[in-house]
Design a protein around this ligand. Structure first.
Ligand SMILES: *Cc1c(COP(=O)(O)O)cnc(C)c1O
Length: 489
């Protein structure tokens, strides 16, 4: 029952869970990232909330037998889709500890130790990205919330609304869609947002300057520029140094969305490409992408982290008694969340256990893998490199797949079913269908990439048209999957 537990049973459950985590990580190099699920595979989950208890080991075997087979592993070394999540097991176990001890970072007076760890870890990240002393920030659930937090703080520089001149935000047409969503949620109207056309996926500084000048002349108030360090599609970095100069000249807030790419500044190969990053007023970075952390860890770093409390302060009789005077050490008033988990513990623990140099090496490895892939693509007849390596992203195609989006989709579907299997999704670059690989997983090998290209070549050249769509979309038996495979064990 809740509140009273059998010590032996609890310990057995703890060990079983720990073993599942460790076995997952030790088994990651095998087979394929997984297979696509059909809704019928998961129909057994649609049951009324059980009123009676089920032994924990039986529930765990339902998890391993009925849930875990139905997903694509983002941390598999041959998962190249989106931005993979190659979480380190040490980070995962640290997170299990933070949750297991129900640690929070809501405020300094209740949670001084965890709060200080988060503040220090944000400082480490800011320093690693080259930001000046005194920079710091707040950890969030991900990059979307970090971007939203940055925009809210930047807008607050204008004081409370209504504003005498309409504030305007500038970003490129390759910005992550979470930027547009954050602006919408914060109440920016479409006519306050300038989505500027990119040139080869990069914002054009002169175009930003011209748009700012035009808005000022029309009596509006240019507020901020949102640049991207590592677009999700092609890994392209905006010209950060030039954009920071535009922002300085024009008195605008300079935010860099480096959710994916800012981590490249930790590598020795990536840093020159991120020239100007350290000039930003604020930077979004997602440790749950290229800093090898489990999902649920984003971060907003600011030159003046004290500005967070100005935007997110709270007041009430019972809260005041718990607050740090000035609130600058209270993380529950440094962002939109109040009660919040101790989410940076996993990153602090990772950096302590492995050392920052190991993180740098792992970032470098991702950059080297992308270079290897691009070189192979360039060197093999039949293949064509469209973009890259840009950070750890390479976009390429095989001539036999031509400009046919369906051929790319078909090859992508088949790649997952092969042994070894890979998760490689198609995209478009400048309207042209191609494959996109993001190589940030330090467990990926050069051999994995060579095999991938061999397989694509074979599928592109020999795969007959009749292999339309993935075999897993075959018509399901509607009654199938109603029962969990492991239920009752
Ligand atoms: C992933 C990503 C985001 C969104 O971050 P989440 O952690 O998914 O919320 C924002 N911007 C860029 C450039 C990204 O790659």
């Amino acid at each position: 029952m809740i509140g009273r537990h059998d010590a032996g049973e609890l310990r057995r459950l703890a060990h079983a869970v720990a073993d599942l985590v460790v076995d997952h990580h030790l088994g990651l190099t095998t087979a394929s990232p997984g297979r696509r699920a059909r809704p019928a595979d998961l129909a057994w989950l649609d049951e009324p909330a059980p009123r009676d208890p089920t032994p924990a080991d039986a529930v765990l075997s339902q998890v391993t037998g009925g849930i875990l087979p139905h997903l694509l592993k983002a941390d598999h070394p041959r998962s190249f889709a989106g931005v993979p999540g190659p979480a380190d097991p040490v980070a995962a176990l640290a997170d299990a500890l933070a949750t297991g001890l129900n640690l929070t970072t809501v405020n300094w007076s209740l949670a001084a130790g965890p709060s200080q760890v988060e503040l220090v870890t944000a400082g480490w990240l800011a320093a690693a990205l080259g930001m000046p002393a005194g920079s710091g920030g707040v950890f969030t659930s991900g990059g979307s919330v970090a971007n939203l937090t940055a925009i809210a703080v930047a807008r607050d520089r204008l004081g409370p609304p209504p504003h005498d001149r309409v504030p305007i935000v500038y970003h490129g047409d390759q910005a992550h869609p979470s930027v547009g969503r954050a602006l919408r949620v914060l109440g920016f109207a479409p006519d306050q947002i300038r989505v500027l056309p990119c040139d080869d996926d990069r914002l054009v500084p002169d175009a930003v300057r011209a748009a700012v000048t035009a808005d000022r002349a029309a009596g509006r108030r240019p507020l901020m520029v949102i640049a991207t360090a590592g677009t999700t599609n092609t890994g392209t970095v905006d010209p950060l140094a030039e954009l920071s100069r535009v922002c300085r000249d024009e008195g605008l807030w300079f935010h860099v969305d480096g959710a994916f790419g800012a981590a490249a500044a930790l590598g020795t190969r990536g840093s020159p490409r991120l020239d100007g990053l350290s000039e930003a007023d604020s930077i979004t970075v997602d440790p749950h992408k290229w800093l090898f952390q489990p999902f649920g860890l984003g971060c907003l770093l600011l030159r003046e982290p004290g500005a967070l409390a100005g935007t997110f302060h709270l007041g009430s009789d019972y809260l005041t008694a718990m607050h740090d005077p000035g609130q600058s050490r209270d993380l529950g008033t440094s962002g939109i969340e109040y009660t919040r988990p101790f989410r940076a513990f996993r990153l602090w623990f990772t950096i302590k256990v492995h050392g920052l140099d190991a993180v740098r090496d792992a970032v470098d490895r991702g950059l080297a893998l992308a270079s290897h892939l691009a070189a192979e693509v360039r060197g093999r007849p039949g293949f064509e490199l469209l973009t890259g390596p840009r950070l750890a992203v390479v976009c390429f195609t095989h001539r036999a797949a031509g400009h046919d989006a369906r051929a790319h989709q078909r090859i992508s579907d088949r790649l997952l079913d092969l042994t070894p299997g890979s998760l490689l999704l198609p995209t478009r670059v400048a309207g042209r269908p191609c494959f996109r690989a993001c190589t940030i997983n330090p467990r990926t090998t050069g051999q994995d990439l060579d095999t991938l290209l061999d397989q694509i070549e074979q599928l592109a050249v020999t795969e007959p048209e009749r292999h339309d769509g993935p075999p897993s979309t075959a018509t399901p038996d509607p009654s199938e999957g109603r029962r969990c495979p492991q239920a009752g064990h």
